[in-house]
Design a protein around this ligand. Structure first.
Ligand code: PGA
Length: 241
């Protein structure tokens, strides 16, 4: 299965910084067999799309499920498509936490993305409280059942334990392996990326873990040199497998 490394820039960078980081990521990863993606903030999408070659996928971090209308502040799938956007992150834990996104909303957004030919990159994962209560599997199963009802098989998934995002505490290969196996057990052989404090230091071991098909990278993706070292680790892991 193809391997993916996708940058989630969240709400960072100015326009010029975004353009320069995108160019560097494209340069550093030229010739790599790994599928590279960059998800900048909405206002930088067009600039980033124009700055990188077609092999680098460009994605949005969110979309709304209606095509158009009186929805102040929202951005639709057709709008993203018209910018040349390839994929869209849906259901990131920060959207679930700060903007009240539910599994039902995630499902509507996935359908809207598929409708216009955007690849949905759907994020799932449990919080620390849920893991400590022994409910990690149950939570992820619920997110899959409700969020992916009727749409599984046409998406990319990212398992991102909430407790590992931006904390410097990554899931261990055993923890990631267990959850990726659970997800693939339910959905079949969908690509499942791991996300949560991925760094050049931990990427190799995680990339060699069965069921890990690449990474969704937050903090480390803001530094193109670090990001490209993560890509190299994924390449090396393929050779070693
Ligand atoms: P992180 O973020 O790499 O900074 O932990 C990952 C994500 O939120 O997608």
């Amino acid at each position: 299965m193809a391997k993916w490394v996708i940058a989630n820039w969240k709400m960072h960078f100015s326009l010029t910084e975004a353009e320069s980081a995108a160019r560097q990521i494209a340069d550093f990863t030229a010739g790599s067999p790994v599928k590279i993606g960059i998800a900048p903030p909405f206002p930088f999408l067009k600039t980033v799309r124009d700055a990188v070659p077609a092999r680098v996928m460009v994605g949005a971090q969110n979309l709304f499920w209606e095509d158009k209308g009186a929805f102040t502040g929202e951005v639709s799938g057709p709008m993203l498509r018209s910018l040349g956007v390839d994929f869209v992150i849906i259901g990131h834990s920060e959207r679930r936490k700060h903007f009240g996104e539910t599994d039902e909303m995630v499902n509507k957004k996935i359908r809207a993305a598929l409708e216009v030919g955007l690849i949905p990159l759907v994020c799932i994962g449990e919080t620390l409280e849920e893991r400590e209560a022994g409910r990690a599997s149950e939570v992820v199963k619920r997110q899959i059942e409700k969020g992916l009802a009727g749409v599984a098989g046409r998406i990319l998934l990212a398992y991102e334990p909430v407790w590992s995002i931006g904390t410097g505490v990554n899931a261990t290969p055993a923890q990631a392996g267990e959850m990726h196996a659970l997800i693939k057990g339910i959905l079949g052989d969908v690509p499942v990326l791991y996300g949560g404090s991925v760094s050049p230091e931990n990427a190799g071991e995680l990339a060699r873990t069965k069921g890990v098909d690449g990474f969704l990278v937050g903090g480390a993706s803001l530094l193109p040199e670090k990001f490209s070292r993560i890509v190299s680790e994924v390449e090396k892991s393929e050779v070693q497998k």
